[in-house]
Design a protein around this ligand. Sequence first.
Ligand code: GLN
Length: 454
Amino acid sequence: TEACLAAIEGAGALNAFVHHTPEIARDQAKAADARLAAGEAPALCGIPLGIKDLFCTKGVPSQAASNILEGFRPEYESTVTARLFGAGAVMLGKLNMDEFAMGSSNETSCYGNAVNPWKVDDRQLTPGGSSGGSAAAVAADLCLAATGTDTGGSIRQPAAFTGIVGIKPTYGRVSRWGIVAFASSLDQAGPMTKTVRDAAIMLGTMAGPDTRDSTCADLPVPDFEAALTGDIRGRKIGIPREYRMEGMPAEIEKLWSDGAAMLKDAGAEIVDISLPHTKYALPAYYVVAPAEASSNLARYDGVRYGHRARLGQGDGITEMYEKTRAEGFGKEVQRRVMVGTYVLSAGFYDAYYNRARKVRALIKRDFELAFADGIDAILTPATPSSAFGLGEMADADPVAMYLNDVFTVTVNLAGLPGIAVPTGLDGRGLPLGLQLIGRPWEEGELLNHAYVLE
Ligand code: GLN
């Protein structure tokens, strides 16, 4: 814990931590020492973690990197963080992210962007998003692991951009209670770690039934670490042809085929498969996610939480809402609220929202058919490129930024578990990751496949 606190002090330029909690960390570390001395050895005893700012942590600022939650200190602890601390983990502080987890570069944060510890020619790169602070902190050894959340790729894309492991569990595996909601039918929390084994251990602590989240499944949590046997003989790995996008860089193609070769060497069978509705995933996601976000963000009205605008003479409640939300939400969040409100409006609901829901069902069925055909895991690239430069995409057309999610959003739409594993470097020496997608509730199997690739 002391080593991490010192490393954080020296790494301010990465802007990974946005709230520091050294007193809490030292208290928790002492308590962990006492538990060890008493002969207890909980799974994460004394392990220093960073917590994404999207998680409510009792008494500690939890702002989802938004000005609208200025000054908000929750009176309760999220289920995930409560479980981590219960297992002996230590909280070093809260981590930077895109505002309300909307973004792929950590550049929509009210705290300014986090910085990727990897560099090319001294050019600053994004750690990815939205869990960019989590990824930067783990990659730069500021903490041993971090929590992340993933609605459309926010664990897997930053993991790939920083050379770490990130798993998005099956929808319903981890409780969303106490995690600021973005798109409730897609959001899942997961660990971001240095190794697959760490991910298995940490997920084991985070997962499990919770009566406070009705979408959290009432299923026992298997021993994920015990699943890491490295034995994948006879497993069938699907390579979906629709993910071979036009203009895909040769080095991503190579990474992908090298990954398939590694799995084959370990005794798996590589099968060409089709997921025909893949090309509709990104448009469907960018209807469903903003629709749910516009509804979830309605609660930030200047009354219940955080920031309230200064009002002028004669301003009434409507002006109060308008001014508060105009000041409190950043540009990308406002764009999502507007898109979401539009696609849910009476005149356009069928054309957009209902259509996107139907497409979502087809995407889910594509995966179900592949798994029914005996496929055990699906291998794809995690991202279409390695980390890009800060500022490079943020000022461009927002759709260019959305294209970062092309390989990851299908997994959220289908509710499946997906993991990003670092498997190589590009021509400039930057990390690249592959994604494995598994059957629902089979995170153990998925982690074991990733273990072979690591
Ligand atoms: N980049 C995607 C978005 O902006 C995914 C974000 C996430 O997974 N939270 O919506």
